[in-house]
Design a protein around this ligand. Sequence first.
Ligand code: SAM
Length: 346
Amino acid sequence: MATVLDSIPSSAAGKAERLVDKHGRAITDLRISVTDRCNYRCVYCRTGTDGAVYAELPIEDYLRIARVFVSLGIEKIRLTGGEPLLRRGLTDLVRELSRLRTLHGGLLDLALTTNGHLLEEMAQPLRDAGLSRITVSMDAVDAEKFVRITRVPGSYERVLRGIRAAKAAGLAPVKVNCVLLRGFNEDQIAAFAQFSREEGVIVRFIEFMPLEEDRLWTLASVVSMKEIVEGLESYRPIVRMAPNAASETAVRYTFDDDVGEIGIIAPVTQAFCGHCSRVRLTSDGKIRTCLFSQSDHDLYGAMQRGGSDEDMVRFIRRTVEQKEARHHIGEPGFLKPSRSMVHIGG
Ligand code: SAM
């Protein structure tokens, strides 16, 4: 594989103007989906049957795109999917991406989101390849409820082993993301609080968004931030923590004895679009400027037509400029986005 530093666009990091959208938000965070295949069928994400068409780019092409983005001041890359650990060549990609840090004075943050099913075997190789941090999705700490959500037998034990392996490999602090869905796991709030304290992981509750393949979402199905706070307080008094960064999406809490950390990400009831710093690249090479965009921007198409790195820079700047001011979840006339979460990259 050609390495990432073989050719660096003339707009190398620090020299080029950074990416800013027309609302004045600096775009510093890129999520790259490396596959839209997934080995779980979580009820709030995918349908039970598989009629989907999947699309992936060669690893070298993700690398080239990432390199161009980093030259435009991207400070954080998160690899996602689909399920990124299914992707052949993932460790090589991480190794090459971690070399981009030299462009950034060592500051590039390289993270990955996974369902954890294959993590026990992959945590150490990913860490050795240069991954900084990992987030594992886990929607129940009760094995039966977990399987009811993932629809994969034995999944709970595997994910738990994956989380522990990630900690042992030094991918700390491990974050555990939980989407609460009424009727499935809204009774898991206290159990997750305890899990955070016992396992030494940061648990983050995420409000359910209308991004699923099936039509399940209603406002009533969302377990709101307010309910989550109440659930935590009935377990043990909580204490609000300061945000880590201005663009942080989670409201952070610990408990009265400083043990454990909980984040609440509330895109539905407390939207944070005003300080959104993200863009996404889908596994088939399209830029999405918002989870709820109605259209994609075909960067890969421009690349395949022979676009130079400078052409890609222009394409990216034009696209980012058009980033939506905010989403409209729950408002009259809200349209579901043109892709579901698994084909966007969460
Ligand atoms: N397969 C990986 C995983 O499970 O983390 C990465 C992709 S997954 C789409 C990324 C995250 O999106 C997961 O934490 C998942 O729970 C979350 N997610 C999926 N559908 C969602 C929805 N409709 N609302 C909120 N979060 C969702």
